[in-house]
Structures are given as C-alpha cells and as structure tokens.
Design a protein around this ligand. Structure first.
Ligand code: GLN
Length: 426
C-alpha cells in the first residue's frame, strides 16, 4: 500500500495551478525578477515526516516569515517581559510596512509588522564577530536541519530601495525604541529577510512549532512550550497583517507570509505546512498560497477552532490484583490535560475510603501537560489522606518530580510488571 497523502497534495496543487491572479512584489527590484509560475507545497507531521510536491527544491527568500522566528529567538534570549517592553502584541489592522506606532505608548503594535520586526531584530543575540542576522540564520538552520544561506543579490537590492524601512528605523530611534544606529539595525533586518529557504525547510521549521518546540526527527527540545505558544498566538492574530480576520475564519492555522511568495503555518499537535507561489494579493500574501491553505484547512479539518476533542477515555483498564483484593491497578492511556485529569479524578473519587493500595500506571500516557501532573498529584495526596497507599508507575520518566505536593515519594521508575511482582511477593 502506498499512502495517498502525496497524491492528495499533488491534486491540490494542480487545482490551484491555473490561478494567475496577483502581482510580484516590485518594491524590491530583485523580487520582480522571480518566476511567477513557481508553485510548491510541503507538509510535515509532528514526528518529522515530510511530504512535498511541485517546485519543492526551489529556494526563495524567507522575508517576513523570519519575523516569528526572530521573535522566538529574542524571547528565548532575553525573556518575554524584556521583549514586551519594546513590542506589543495587538493586531494593527494596517499594512505590514505602515509607518506608525501605537498611539498610547509609542511602541510598535506587534512583531509581525515591520516596525515591530525591526525592533525585534535589535533584540537578537549578537557578538562582535557574529551579527544578529547570522545568529538567526544559525537558529533557522538548526530548525531546518540543513545549513541555510543568505541571498546576497536580494539583500543588496532591498537595501538600495529600503526607504520605507529606513523611515521606520529612524522613527523608532527618534522615540527611543531603538537605541542603536538605525541604519545598522534596518540593514540587519533586511539581511534576516534574505535567508534562503525551500518549502521543505519551512514545513520542517513549522512542525517543530506544531510539536510544542520539540524537533520530531531528533527528539531535541529547541524552544520551550511557552515561547512557542507566544509565537503562535502572535502569528494567529497578526501573521497575515490586515487580512488576519479573514485568515482566522477561513483557514484557522497560525501562519506567516512573506513578500517572496511563501506562507508557512503550524497547527498545534498536528502539522507544519508551507507553500510557495510568488504572486501576491493586495495585503502582500501569496494568492495561490492562500488558496492552497484554504483548501487544505477545509478538506482536512485543520482549523484551530475545530479543536482536538479529548479521547474521552483515560482509564484503559482497572483491575484488582492478588487474592487479598487490596491492590487496585489503573492502566492509563492517552494525553493528560485538564479534561482527562478531571475525568481521572472523578473516577478515583469512587474508590471507597479504605486502606487499599492504588497503582496508577502512566506508561502509556503520550503527553502530560503541566496541569495534568498537578492534578494527578493533587488526586494522589487526597487518596493518601483517605487512607490509601498510592504508587505512580512512570517507567518512561514523563514526570519531572518524584514526590507528590505533600512530599510523598509515590513515583516509581520501573515497569509495571516488575513492580507488581515485587508488590505481591511482599
Ligand atoms: N523585507 C521585506 C520588507 O521589510 C519583508 C516584508 C514582507 O515579507 N512582508 O519590506
């Protein structure tokens, strides 16, 4: 059997091929030279499997799609509060290159428009020999799992005509949002925009975001969950500029576009998607890119508001062990977020008050959210208060702590079978 996913992606691409609407970005002369017919699509699952079709080996400049990654790197480097002190998180409802600040506090409204992105660029880590743009290139290369490079021609071409971005830089310097030489920061920002990527690179990067910051193929945590959440939230509300509301209602995937014709999106827990088609609409978003995302979202139910329904099951098996009838084993399965924890605690509530031994096996839990761990231990403490002895079998080391909130050492890092054998022999 061959999986039908590649055929489906090809089919979507073929259907959008004939759409010739839109125009190339021409305010960056080099981008006006792009081949308007190029079309590519890539999808990456959270475990790092990539499907791609069309011109999927063609490199183009990342442009504004670098903005959310620069934002993440700045937060990772300085902490969220330091970044929020310089750039807000409110959608602006204006074009991406609007020369304006938030009237209330003189700060850029969000990191996805140019004023916010130029400011964010200034917050990136840098040393005398390693520029901010170079640090971002290294970070993106790690996410893409290959060495990315700069497009010097696009960079030179944009620098020559960057009158608007220079105005924004000088405005930021005037109000004290930037403290450095605005020319240097704007040039660095333009270089950040000139990093070359393919749709496969972007889909890989996006899948790390969809996977909560962990790279599926290597198992490495690259960003914290909190940074990813911040980044995706800003992409959802501001990523498509003044088309953000349209995008949220029709596509519903946190996403970011760039003027070279790329769009990437990351749906938490599910997929990373990237498209490339150079002709843009009036908002500066790829025309065929938007069409492809709309189709994928509709056909595959990828809208964030569809939510992921809880599996509605957490206890896979409950059984009583031994002849003394005093060991009750719960084998749990699924994810442990608020809904499932609530369900589990409701079930445990029915355990009669007694001195039974309760064994909770979490080996087959695929993900424990912070709230899941908190509620689990809260339940454990309450069971102990009721007179039970409790063990949590965590052979996969999913829990960071070994003690409950009340300090009971309940976590056992052993296989269930091994532990139960010892228990019955006691
Ligand atoms: N480098 C471009 C600019 O600053 C990026 C804009 C974009 O992709 N929307 O104008």
């Amino acid at each position: 059997m061959k999986t039908p996913v590649p055929d489906y992606l090809q089919h979507v691409l073929a259907q959008c091929h004939s759409n010739q609407l839109g125009a190339l970005a021409d305010y960056i002369p080099e981008l006006a030279q792009a081949d308007p017919n190029k079309l590519a699509l890539a999808l990456s699952t959270v475990d790092g499997t990539i499907y791609s079709t069309g011109d999927d080996e063609v490199e183009f400049t990342i442009q504004s799609m670098s903005k959310p990654f620069a934002y993440a790197l700045a937060i990772h480097h300085l902490g969220l509060d330091a970044v929020l002190a310089k750039v807000g998180v409110e959608p602006s409802g204006e074009a991406f290159n609007q020369i304006a600040l938030d009237k209330n506090n003189n700060l850029p409204k969000n990191p996805m428009i140019n004023s916010g992105a130029i400011t964010t660029h200034s917050l990136l880590p840098h040393e005398p020999e390693i520029s901010r743009a170079e640090n971002l290139r290294r970070f993106l290369s790690e996410l893409a799992e290959r060495e990315l490079s700069f497009d010097d021609a696009v960079y030179a071409s944009e620098v020559k005509t960057a009158f608007r971005n220079k105005s924004i830089g000088y405005m930021l310097r005037t109000v004290g949002v930037l403290n450095e030489d605005p020319d240097e920061i704007v040039n660095g920002y333009i270089q950040q925009c000139a990093i070359k990527v393919t749709v496969k690179d972007l889909a890989k990067m996006a899948s790390v975001l969809a996977n909560g910051g962990v790279q599926g193929s290597t198992g490495k945590r690259i960003l914290s969950r909190a940074v990813v959440r911040q980044m995706l939230s800003v992409m959802m509300t501001c990523g498509m500029y003044d088309a953000a509301g349209d995008w949220l209602t029709t596509v519903g995937i946190p996403a970011k576009s760039g003027v070279a014709g790329g769009i990437f999106g990351a749906l938490p827990g599910q997929v990373g998607i990237a498209v490339f088609s150079p002709k843009l609409d009036e908002h500066g978003n790829s025309v065929r890119g938007v069409e492809i995302f709309e189709r994928l979202s509709r056909d595959m139910g990828l809208h964030v508001m569809e939510g992921t329904p809880s599996a509605q099951t957490i206890v896979q098996r409950r059984y009583i062990l031994g002849t003394k009838q005093n060991v009750v084993v719960y084998e749990l399965r699924g994810v442990l977020q608020f809904t499932e924890s609530e369900m589990l605690l409701r079930i445990l509530q029915d355990e009669p008050i007694a001195n039974t031994c309760i064994v909770l096996d979490i080996t087959n839990i695929s993900l424990i959210h912070e709230v899941g761990a908190r509620m689990l231990f809260e339940g454990v403490d309450r069971l102990i208060e009721d007179g039970h002895t409790v063990y949590v079998i965590d052979s996969e080391k999913l829990l960071e702590q070994k003690h409950s909130h009340q300090g009971h050492a309940v976590v056992i890092r052993e296989e269930l079978e091994v532990f139960l054998n010892k228990l019955v022999q006691q």
